[in-house]
Each structure stands twice: as C-alpha cells, then as structure tokens.
Write a protein that binds this ligand. Structure first.
Ligand SMILES: [Fe+2]
Ligand SMILES: [Fe+2]
Length: 390
C-alpha cells in the first residue's frame, strides 16, 4: 500500500494540489513487510558506520610511521651513536675464551653479514612509504655497525688468524639472503619476531660475558668488553623491535583481518635469518642451545609470548588453533576497504589494547612534533578506525 498525504489523504499521483514534492515529504511512513526488515537486518554490517576508507587508513599508517621514524632518528642519534672501533676497549678483550663461545661469536658475525641483503631488499619493498623506507635505511646503518663489532671481536679474540676470518667472510658473501616474505604485512610480523629473537640472543650472551651463566661450560667466560659489546647490540635490537612492533600494531589496528592472517602465516613458518644459508648452522644451533642462549624454550617463552602479548594476543595456542581450524580464518576476509566483514575476528585478540597502543604512538609523535615545532606546520593527528565501537 502506498503512503498517503497527510493534508489531503490522497496518494501523491492523484493529489488535487499537484504538489508531488510536498506530498513525498509529507507522506506517512509506510510499514515495511517483516520479510524485508529481516533481510535488511541480515545484510547490515556488524560494525557501525563511519569506518575509514582504505585511502584514509593508508594515510594514517604512513603518518604514524613517518612520525615515529623522525622520533626514532633523533633518539638514535642522541642515545645510541656509538662507534664500533672507538667505543670499546678492544685491546682488553679476553683471548682465552672457550672455542664454543668463540664459535658462537663467529655465528653472530655470519648472521650480520647479510646486512646488504636485509637492507636493500626491505628498502625496495617499502619504497612507496616515505617513513618506512627512511627507517629501513637508518636500520641498515645500525645493523652494519653490528657486523663491524663482531668482526672486531673475532679479530681481537685471536681465536682464528685474520686470513681465516677473511676467507670465512668471503664464503659468507657468496650466498644471498632471500626475503622470507614479499609483502609488507607478512614482513612486518617476521621482523618483529626476528628482532626480538636477535635481542634475546645478545642479552643472553651478555649474561655469559658477565660471568652469570649457569650453563655447563659457560660459567668462566666473564669479560667486561664482550659484555659491553653484547649489551650495546642488544639495545639496538630492542630499539628495532619496538619500532617494528609499533608499525605492526598500526596494521593490526587499521587492517585487523589482513594483519592477523599474515601473523598466522609467519608463526607457522618462522626461521631466523641466515640460519638456512650460513655454513655450520646446525653446530651453531647446538652451541646456542648448550649455552642457554637460544633454543625452543627461549623462542616460545621469551620471544613468541612476549611479542604476541605486545600485539594483544595473550593465549598463543588458542590463537593458532582458532586460525588453524579454518572457520574463523575464513572470516578474516575483509571488504574492499580492508574492513573485516565479521566481528568474530575480534575474539582472536585484544583489539582495545592495540587501539590504546596506537593512540599512545600518535601521542608520542605529537609530543615530538610539538618539541621541534612541526606541530605548527604539519601536525600528525590520530583518527580512530571506527572498529573499536563494534
Ligand atoms: Fe643486528
Ligand atoms: Fe636488528
């Protein structure tokens, strides 16, 4: 039944006043049929209107990343501007460390030899993003110093002749590190876990070098120079971890479905960089395990649990199971703007904690811009994804 006009009670087409427009505005509400109401209800998205477009989300991720990079650069220059030759008392490095510890240091040197690959490939992959590619250049400059530092530790320990070290270096340089993932979503989660694992390796090496290890055969390795080296690199790795973590949370916040999907893949296939191409990797793995530096226990407890908690996932097993069963994973599929089609994905992680972390990141960027005056010309501002009101 069409609606009727309140003043004349006729349907608009037979209105004696001939004022169709007025009729249409004044028409009494038509009661829709129940079946239609139900159908509309079923099709209604489970999240509120006002979600951001893909373009806007990409802009916010870029602003957050670029702002964090500016903050990071200033901090890096002020607090971690060490030099691999001058900042350490190399002449005092012990020359009687066990062969096992020396071989571990060689392994670290090997892993840091792939810096040209890590850096060039990640810069190329992220070059569309000013903030991210600028950061990768800075990151490469910091990783490059780690290779210098481990080279000095090899030379000054006198465990091997310089000619042996040179040959080792050349053999390492013949292989090229392949990117484990070719897209930014997977790569960001890979580097979060990898940086945390690397930091842990060096932190545990510092414990040995402070003479505090209870691993059999590693209790007598106290060496203040080596402790300083391992602590210095571990501090850099921690800074890298936190930078990448912030970016990962930006992706999780604005693109939760795509980000969780990528995180699941990375957890399923994680392998430390270089471990599949450096010579003697199996022996290195055994030594790291014996020394209590890195093994399955440390990976699960000190790497995965920490990193996952930082991205809002408390129960790693439940997360992996929920995604493995294929049902929830299929619900991650986003709409063309990257917004999830189903609220089930919010059962997988603590979205609110990610939102708070992202707000905090924008707050830190705003403080920095205020400090240097950028807030007066081009301030970075946070915008909610809209998904938090589900
Ligand atoms: Fe490093
Ligand atoms: Fe690093």
């Amino acid at each position: 039944m069409p609606g009727s006009c309140r003043p004349c009670y006729n349907v608009p087409s037979v209105c004696p006043l001939g004022q169709l427009e007025i009729h249409l505005r004044l028409m009494l509400p038509i009661k829709p049929e129940d079946a239609i109401v139900e159908e509309i209800e079923e099709q209604r998205p489970p999240y509120p209107a006002g979600l951001l477009s893909k373009r806007e989300k990409d802009r916010l991720i870029e602003r957050g990343t670029a702002g964090l990079y500016r903050w990071y650069l200033a901090r890096s220059q002020a607090k971690r501007n060490w030099n691999p030759d001058y900042s350490f008392d190399w002449r005092s490095l012990r020359t009687d460390h066990s062969p096992e510890l020396n071989m571990i240091l060689e392994g670290y040197y090997a892993v840091e030899q792939y810096v040209p690959d890590y850096t060039s490939k990640t810069i190329q992959m992220t070059r569309q993003s000013y903030g991210r590619s600028q950061f990768q250049i800075r990151w490469g400059a910091e990783e490059e110093k780690h290779a210098d530092l481990w080279l000095n530790s090899l030379l000054f320990s006198r465990f091997r002749a310089p000619a042996w070290i040179e040959e080792y270096k050349q053999s390492l340089r013949t292989a090229e590190w392949p990117m484990p993932w070719e897209d930014v979503f997977h790569t960001i989660f890979y580097v979060v876990i990898q940086e945390r694992a690397t930091q842990l390796n060096y932190l545990n090496t510092a414990i040995i070098a402070r003479g505090q290890s209870d691993a059999p055969g590693f209790a007598e390795e106290a060496d203040p120079v080596l402790a300083n080296v391992a602590d210095t690199i571990a501090t850099d790795e921690a800074a890298h971890y936190y930078f990448f973590l912030e970016i990962a949370r930006l992706y999780l916040y604005y693109y939760p479905g795509l980000a969780l999907d990528a995180l699941f893949d990375v957890l399923d296939n994680f392998l430390m960089p270089g471990y599949d191409i450096i010579p003697g990797r199996a022996r290195l793995g055994e030594l790291l395990y014996q020394a209590g530096i890195y093994g399955p226990r440390q990976y699960t407890r000190d790497v995965l649990q920490v990193a996952l908690k930082n991205v809002g996932i408390e129960d790693r097993r439940a997360f992996v199971k929920a995604l493995s069963d294929g049902i929830k994973r299929s619900r991650l599929a986003p709409d063309p703007d990257g917004n999830p089609r189903h609220t089930a994905i919010f059962d997988l992680f603590d979205y609110d904690s990610v939102e708070k972390a992202v707000q905090k990141l924008f707050g830190r960027v705003a403080d920095y811009e205020h400090e240097v005056g950028l807030d007066q010309v081009d301030p970075t501002r946070f915008l909610p994804s809209g998904l938090g009101n589900r």
